[in-house]
Design a protein around this ligand. Structure first.
Ligand SMILES: *Cc1c(COP(=O)(O)O)cnc(C)c1O
Length: 385
């Protein structure tokens, strides 16, 4: 089995990450890091500028700006677009906590809509029904690596004068309609958390935009509002991409497309290997490039299957067990159970199987075999009763 890489305490038969595999041929990078440690240019250095230029080009965007995290990318994008305290921002109930926390951290009020049951992406019709007083922006999330159909989002945004901020934290390199995720709206936000498709060796994030004035606002908001030394024009954050992380990201960026292709191949092996099992998948669409940050299977028997796979040393995980509207952090907004039924059902039924670019078909077949075995056993015990 490929994944002999020991993940913390468990000796896993199938792990979710394999960092040594991302750092083949490390000597050159180590020499550069040594040089950077010794030269002392640590903050917004040439390495940061180089990564920003390469990442903007990769995304097909005019500008990229590196920040500390994907969460900060969202907060800074909201502020740079002029979202003010008390403004309302639409996003979906089935996202990672950070999307909604960022809206609150920018002082705005989150407005939730449900997901679509087949794609797990934002229900744009429902979003259209929620535009209104002080709704100023919409944040579609390209969830699990599948790009949101942006033409419907842009149509709604134009009709209702909304800014579009793409949460592309799970979708580096994904494409829809010939464009990269993140490059289509007013701003696109990325995370390079170690779990993501393009991973720093620590926290890191970036914002891409096609608008020069937005890039200039981002420059202020990520650097304490400083226009010139000792001249601060707004109360900004201090959130700049670390130079060492930028160098590591530049080193990995040329490998991203190849890694994403490998992820898509692993997903195809899973779909084939799981044929006949009573599970469903995130729907695929023509004209999209899904980059499979996560590979999700859906079953009402999720919890039992999850326990079974863990007992077989397979690193399956649940993303995310609670939808946004049922999290303690957001009780103040008065959302109720039952309000976003699709998000609730996805929270109960989705299970992520391990997916890594270096996985071979023997590993997906091993895992698919265990999933089939689980359902055979469940069926046998049901017919015995
Ligand atoms: C990871 C993630 C974020 C936040 O990124 P961090 O770098 O961890 O702050 C935001 N949104 C989504 C959808 C994510 O998956």
């Amino acid at each position: 089995m490929a994944a002999a890489f020991a993940c913390d305490e468990l000796a896993l038969k199938s792990a979710r990450y394999n960092y040594p595999e991302q750092f083949a041929d490390l000597d050159h990078l180590m020499l550069e890091i040594r040089r950077m440690l010794l030269n002392g240019h640590y903050i917004l250095s040439e390495e940061v500028r180089q990564f920003e230029e390469a990442f903007a080009k990769y995304c097909g965007s005019n500008h990229a700006r590196g920040v500390n995290t994907g969460t900060d990318a969202l907060v800074i994008a909201l502020r740079a677009l002029g979202i003010l305290p008390g403004d309302r921002v639409i996003t979906q109930a089935n996202t990672f906590h950070a999307t909604v926390a960022a809206i609150e951290l920018a002082g705005a009020i989150p407005v939730l809509v449900d997901a679509k049951s087949d794609t797990f992406l934002m229900n744009v019709d429902e979003a259209a029904s929620k535009v209104g007083d002080r709704v100023r922006a919409i944040i579609p999330v390209h969830l699990f690596g599948k790009p949101t159909p942006m033409d419907e989002i842009l149509r709604l945004a134009r009709a209702s004068q909304l800014f579009v901020i793409e949460d592309a934290a799970q979708a580096h390199g994904a494409m829809i309609g010939g464009q990269r995720a993140g490059s289509i709206g007013d701003a696109g936000c990325f995370s390079f958390h170690p779990s993501k498709n393009l991973a720093a060796a620590g926290d890191a994030g970036a914002i891409v935009t096609n608008t020069e004035t937005v890039a200039e606002q981002i420059d202020l908001h990520r650097a304490l509002g400083q226009r010139a030394q000792n001249e601060h024009v707004l109360a900004g954050m201090n959130s700049k991409l670390d130079a060492l992380q930028a160098r590591i990201l530049s080193w990995k960026l040329p490998l991203l497309d190849q890694w994403n292709r490998s992820r898509a191949r692993v997903a195809e092996w899973y779909r084939a290997g799981l044929a006949g099992a009573p599970v469903s998948f995130q729907a695929q669409a023509a004209g999209e490039l899904h980059v499979y940050h996560l590979f999700q299977i859906r079953t009402p028997h999720r919890d039992a299957l999850h326990r079974f796979l863990r007992s077989e040393a397979i690193d399956a995980v649940v993303r995310y067990p609670s939808p946004i509207h049922l999290q303690p952090a957001f009780q103040k907004w008065g959302w109720r159970a039952g309000e976003f039924p699709v998000a609730e059902s996805l929270a109960r039924e989705l299970l992520c199987l391990p997916i890594r670019p270096d996985m071979g078909q023997s590993e997906t077949e091993f895992i698919s075999g265990k999933v089939h075995a689980f359902f055979r056993r469940a069926h046998a015990s049901a017919t015995r009763k």
